[in-house]
Write a protein that binds this ligand. Sequence first.
Ligand SMILES: Nc1ncnc2c1ncn2[C@@H]1O[C@H](COP(=O)(O)OP(=O)(O)OP(=O)(O)O)[C@@H](O)[C@H]1O
Length: 313
Amino acid sequence: MQQTIVKLENLSHRYSQQWAVKDISFEINRNGILGLLGSNGAGKSTTMNILCGVLSQTEGQVSIDGIDIRQNPEEAKKRIGFLPQQAPLHLEQTVDEYLTFCAHIRLLPKRDIKAAVEAVKERCGVAHFSNRLIGNLSGGYRQRVGIAQAIIHKPLLVVLDEPTNGLDPNQILEVRQLIKEIAAERSVIFSSHILAEVQATCHDIIMIEGGQVVFKDTMQAFNNYIAPDSLIVSFENAPSIEVLKSIPGITSGEQVEDKTYRLHFDDAHQISEKVVLKSVEEGWRLTEINLEKSSLDAIFAQLSNKRSSQTIS
Ligand SMILES: Nc1ncnc2c1ncn2[C@@H]1O[C@H](COP(=O)(O)OP(=O)(O)OP(=O)(O)O)[C@@H](O)[C@H]1O
């Protein structure tokens, strides 16, 4: 039988009057990376803090490996590693001192601590900084130490709240790679407000907006869902919109500026090529052609509307 690593059922939380998250349910049954995508204030941190037992939910249940986090927090938390948005690093300690401390508070047997610290430093690429003060490490290496503390007790589930926030592009690529490597052996939940970040890293995606789940499926299903369905084209000798709409595959169109049009299509198959060929044949002198992608805001709005009219599985 398949193991349920995480189960959230009808999770809701309010800090005071307003609900920060409302009726969130999902399950994770496999290793790999699940992306929790949402704009600022959507409810990602609240969900993750509850999932890790840092915050107690107003309503609903959370279980890790079948263990209810409220009823048996100690056992449930043994199975979780957490890197919150503000990494809980001790800047005045060396990497070795800090990871040894983390191994102690994770209640690793004393005789195993040295080996666990060595293994996790190796895994996270910080072994050469063993005696360096954490306060003197770059952002990318601090984040590696943050990930190391989250996996030192070999948890089933690792929860990373915006782990690449504030890093430079190279550091982002390195930390993403490390996350992919650690997800080969366990389940990882990773939050971000950047769509490209989730697309580059995750195999499953949950989008939350206004504290509610608006989409959950595989990354591939999400990418198909948001596939572009319009082209922006400009011509020096622009034809009429009626002529453009008669190109096979184009379903509708509108003028957006002088000599620039938005053309909607129903089948992306070679649509750009068809427009380019037609333009050459007719001497329209094409100066611009772009597939139009929806902005994240537009996707959120579209999905939120969809949610209000149907149930998302
Ligand atoms: N301690 C708190 N007290 C009151 N309201 C809070 C508290 N923490 C969060 N909120 C509110 O709950 C909502 C969800 O916040 P949360 O931090 O979970 O969102 P988020 O998706 O993680 O956003 P961000 O990416 O900005 O961290 C927001 O409206 C936020 O203002």
